[in-house]
Design a binder for this molecule. Structure first.
Ligand code: SF4
Length: 91
């Protein structure tokens, strides 16, 4: 992996955003907080390193059976887990 690829997060659209935006969707008792998930997904939609972010999430989250939390690469934990299982699991 090149130095540029290693430092992809420096270009992340969420770099200077409040991390709460990406986890706020959990709300109280795990219920979705209205609008928060869409706000995070909107930021991810304009992110130039969404592909690298998804790859990083897959690498991290594939090591555990626990459902991942937060919005990453424009996807909820459930959406990432489903995508991983459909596309990457048996490679
Ligand atoms: S895709 Fe979303 S979570 Fe990932 S780096 Fe970009 S803005 Fe952050």
């Amino acid at each position: 992996m090149s130095e540029k690829e290693n430092r992809w997060w420096e270009q992340a659209a969420c770099k200077d955003k409040d991390p709460e935006i990406f986890f706020a969707y959990l709300g109280k008792q795990g219920s979705p907080k209205k609008g928060a998930e869409q706000e995070a997904k909107k930021i991810c939609a304009g992110c130039p390193v969404q592909k690298e972010c998804l790859q990083d999430a897959f690498e991290e989250e594939s090591r555990t059976a626990i459902l991942p939390l937060g919005i990453r690469a424009g996807l909820t934990g459930r959406e990432r887990k489903d995508l991983f299982n459909r596309t990457m699991r048996f490679r």
